[in-house]
Design a protein around this ligand. Structure first.
Ligand SMILES: Nc1ncnc2c1ncn2[C@@H]1O[C@H](COP(=O)(O)OP(=O)(O)O)[C@@H](O)[C@H]1O
Ligand SMILES: Cc1ncc(COP(=O)(O)O)c(N)n1
Length: 272
């Protein structure tokens, strides 16, 4: 029997289905990876924004991670919305306890509409507890600014921020350039502690980018779970998110979800 590859997402639920746990599980499935989840919070959310956030009790987070750790070893793990320093400490402790090494940390802080998904006081715990465990960290520019305390405008700033982030522990830093800066391209920067690799592509003109960061980091975790190198996993993840944005579904009156079927459609010729 072929070995089934498994990935775990530790993140919040998005009732609208475009971001969070839902985006992660759809991405795992599309990339042929068995998905598992540990919920940190329930959000009431749609394309217009976040209407409410209900963090889970510490015991609920601990119990989910112990259930998975006791029986179902994931080949890769990603974290998304963690909400509080208390949850971050639990998650980091369990990742250490179970030796989950292929870890992608998406340092989710704010939803596209501006609602906070991480308490301000939790940034320090994220840096102290979780970043040292990460194989890959995937901040967008505003998240990188908060983590490093610096303002990022030009390319030299991005490189400086990537160096600072790398010094916090992750082996690979992916500084994402999706945030609309008025340019016609998107430039993601990959830094492995030695060289900078710029990954550039066209900026797709759309407002339907809800869940891009979640989907992208879940796609990286999928590649890692399959045993791909970090560079290979990032390259497939980039193709996955680009297709998902290009063929976005256009639901809702606000920032609609991306299309998790798109990459598979292009590779398998199946329509959703
Ligand atoms: N409009 C866009 N066109 C092309 N790629 C995009 C666009 N928006 C985001 N991306 C890509 O999607 C991925 C997620 O990036 P980003 O949107 O910056 O994350 P986040 O959701 O955390 O803000 C990155 O690889 C980024 O380059
Ligand atoms: C539960 C949850 N987690 C994460 C995000 C961030 O979404 P994005 O990928 O658009 O930054 C979100 N809106 N909701």
């Amino acid at each position: 029997m072929t070995r089934v590859v498994k990935a775990l997402t530790i993140a919040g639920s998005d009732s609208g289905g475009g971001a969070g746990i839902q985006a992660d599980l759809k991405t795992f499935q599309e990339l042929g990876v068995y998905g598992m989840s540990a919920l940190t919070a329930v959000t009431a959310q749609n394309t217009l924004g976040v209407q409410a956030v209900y963090p889970l009790e510490s015991e609920a987070v601990t119990a989910q991670l112990d259930s998975i750790g006791a029986d179902l070893q994931p080949d890769a793990v990603k974290t998304g919305m963690l909400f509080s320093s208390e949850i971050i400490r639990i998650v980091a402790g369990k990742i250490r306890q179970y030796g989950w090494n292929s870890l992608v940390v998406d340092p989710v802080m704010v939803a596209k509409g501006g609602s906070p998904l991480l308490q301000q006081e939790a940034v320090r715990a994220l840096i102290a507890e979780l970043l040292p465990l990460a194989l890959v960290v995937t901040p967008n520019i505003p998240e990188a600014e908060i983590l490093t305390g610096m303002t990022i405008s030009g390319l030299p700033d991005r490189e400086r921020a990537a160096r600072l982030l790398h010094a916090m522990g992750p082996q690979y830093v992916v500084l994402k350039g999706g945030h609309d800066d008025g340019t016609s391209g998107v430039l993601d920067l990959l830094y492995d502690g030695q060289e900078f690799i710029y990954m550039d592509g066209p900026r797709i003109a759309t407002r339907h980018t809800h869940g891009t960061g979640c989907t992208y980091s879940a796609a990286i975790a999928s590649g890692l779970a399959k045993g791909n190198t970090v560079t290979e996993a990032i390259s497939t993840a980039k193709a996955f998110i680009q297709a998902a944005i290009e063929d976005s579904l256009g639901f809702g009156a606000g920032h609609g979800p991306t299309n998790h079927f798109a990459y598979g459609n292009r590779h398998r010729g199946i329509l959703p």
